[in-house]
Ligand binder design. Sequence first.
Ligand code: PLP
Length: 398
Amino acid sequence: MTDDDLSTRLIHHAYRPPGGFEAVAPGVYKASTVIFPDVHALRTYDWKDKSGYTYGLHGTPTTFTLEQRIATLEGGEHCLLAPSGLAVISLVDMALLRSGDEVLLPDNVYGPSKTFAEVELVAWGITPRFYDPMDPQDLAAKIGPATRLVWLEAAGSVTLEFPDVPALVARVREANAQRRGEHAIVTAMDNTWGAGIAFNAFDLGADISVHALTKYPSGGADVLMGSVVTRDLALHRKILLTRMRLGLGVGSNDAELVLRGLSSMSLRYHAQDASTRELAAWMQAQPDVLRVLHPALPGSPGHDAWRRDARGAACLFTAVFDAAIPRERIDAFCDRLRVFRLGWSWAGPISLCAPYDPRSLRGQPWPGVGGLVRFAVGLEAVQDLRADLAQALDALRA
Ligand SMILES: *Cc1c(COP(=O)(O)O)cnc(C)c1O
C-alpha cells in the first residue's frame, strides 16, 4: 500500500456510525461545502427556506437550530445569523438602504452603529439623521420623503433612557400611511438590552429585531455573534440575500457555544436583573453619586414607559458624577474596583465597568455632570459587588 492509497482510503472510508444517536446537546456540524448525493440534488437543494444544505456559509444543522431557537426567543418567525452584533446592524443598513436614502437613529444609539452610519453610509450617499428617542414629535419632524429606515433601541446605550416605543412606531406608521407600499419605512430595533425577555420587540411594533448574541444568549463572554429576526418573510429574504452576497456566516463551534448559553439565559437574565436593581438603588443613595440611570428606578428617564412595556431589565446601570469630581478621581475609582473589571461588553459571568465622557454621549448637553461610569453586573454574589463599590468610592474623595 502506498501513502497515496492510504490517503484515499482514509478520506473515502466506508464505515458509517449507526444512526439513532441522540443527546441533550445538538451536534456540531461543520462544513465549507456539503457533499451532494447526485447532480439533481446539487442543482435543486434550497438553503433559503432551510429545506436543504448547500454550503457551510448558508447554514448547517447547527446554525439552523440556533436560528430557529432565536426566532422563538424573540417572538418572531425568521432568523439569520452573522458574525457579531455590529455585523447584523451594518447588514440591515446595507440590505435596506440605497444612495439618496435617509436613515433615522436615536441619538443614544449604540456608538459603533452611529459611527457606521456617519462614516460608511455617508460615503455611499446615504444620510443619517439623529432624533431624540424621548420625544416622538422630534422623530415625526425628522421623517422625510427619503427616510427608509428608523432604528429603535430600548433602553439606549450607556444612558439607558427607555423610550415610548409604541409612540415612536406610531409616528412611523402615520408617515407610511401617506406613502405607497414599496416605499414604506421599516423600523429596526436593537434588541440586545431586552434580549427577547424583557419585552417582545414585534409586539411593541418593530419590523426587525437585531440582537448581539454576544451578550445574554452566549452568556460566557467568549463568543461574538448577531441575529436578525423578522415576522415578515419578504423582509427576511431581502436581508438573507444581502448576507449571502456579502459572504457573512458563523462557525458552528461558535453557534454551539450560543446554543449552550441559551438554555440558561432566562434564569441568568432575571438573576442579573435582581442584582443590578439592588446595586443601582444602593449606588443612588451614595452621597458622591449625582444620580443613577436605570429604567426601573423612579425618576430615571423613561421609567413610566419601562413599567408599562417591560417585564424585566438588563444588567446595566450608569452612575452619574458631579462636575466637581475631576475625571482623574473617577478613573481612580474605576481602577480601584477589584470584583468589577474594566471592559466594554456585558451579560457575561464577570461584572464590568467602563468610564464615559458625557460629551461623547447624546446630542444634548449634560449640565453639572463630570463623568459617567457604566456598570454591567455579572453572576457574582451581590454582597461582594456592593462591598467592592463601597471600598472603591473612597477613591473619589482622596
Ligand atoms: C454589544 C452590543 C452590540 C454589538 O455586539 P458585538 O457582538 O459586540 O458586535 C450592539 N448593540 C448593543 C446594544 C450592544 O450592547
